[in-house]
Write a protein that binds this ligand. Structure first.
Ligand code: SF4
Ligand code: SF4
Length: 110
């Protein structure tokens, strides 16, 4: 979380994401980029949780299109709790978000 608002703790940010924003960046017409290693983690977790997963090869990585999945969500999002089901193992793109100031993101600096 490189561009997180000054003074916002990870716990407070997480609460905003889940309770107020309802995980807007984990759903909708968005793409997630996975490295080979992250794709293996997605494959394993999706298999363990019996969740459908579609990944598209792209250059030397993989793409997950949220629109290809139930509810137009990331396949690793629990749509009831709005929590990430693989939080500790989430991809670097998720760990580093927001990686720049993002308009409309409550936890992002301006
Ligand atoms: S858009 Fe910002 S506030 Fe909303 S879930 Fe994503 S990181 Fe959290
Ligand atoms: S892996 Fe987790 S944090 Fe990343 S988009 Fe999916 S649900 Fe959100």
């Amino acid at each position: 979380m490189g561009y997180i608002k000054d003074g916002l703790t990870p716990e407070a940010a997480s609460s905003i994401c889940i309770d107020r924003c309802r995980a807007q960046c984990c759903r909708g017409p968005l793409l997630l980029s996975l490295s080979e290693e992250e794709k293996l983690t997605f494959d394993r977790k999706a298999n363990d949780m019996n969740r459908p997963l579609r990944t598209i090869p792209f250059a030397r990585s993989w793409i997950v299109k949220f629109e290809d999945h139930q509810g137009d969500c990331c396949p690793m999002l629990d749509m009831e709790s709005m929590k990430c089901l693989i939080y500790d193992d989430r991809p670097i793109q998720c760990k580093e978000f927001p990686s720049r100031p993002i308009k409309g993101c409550e936890i992002s600096c301006d």
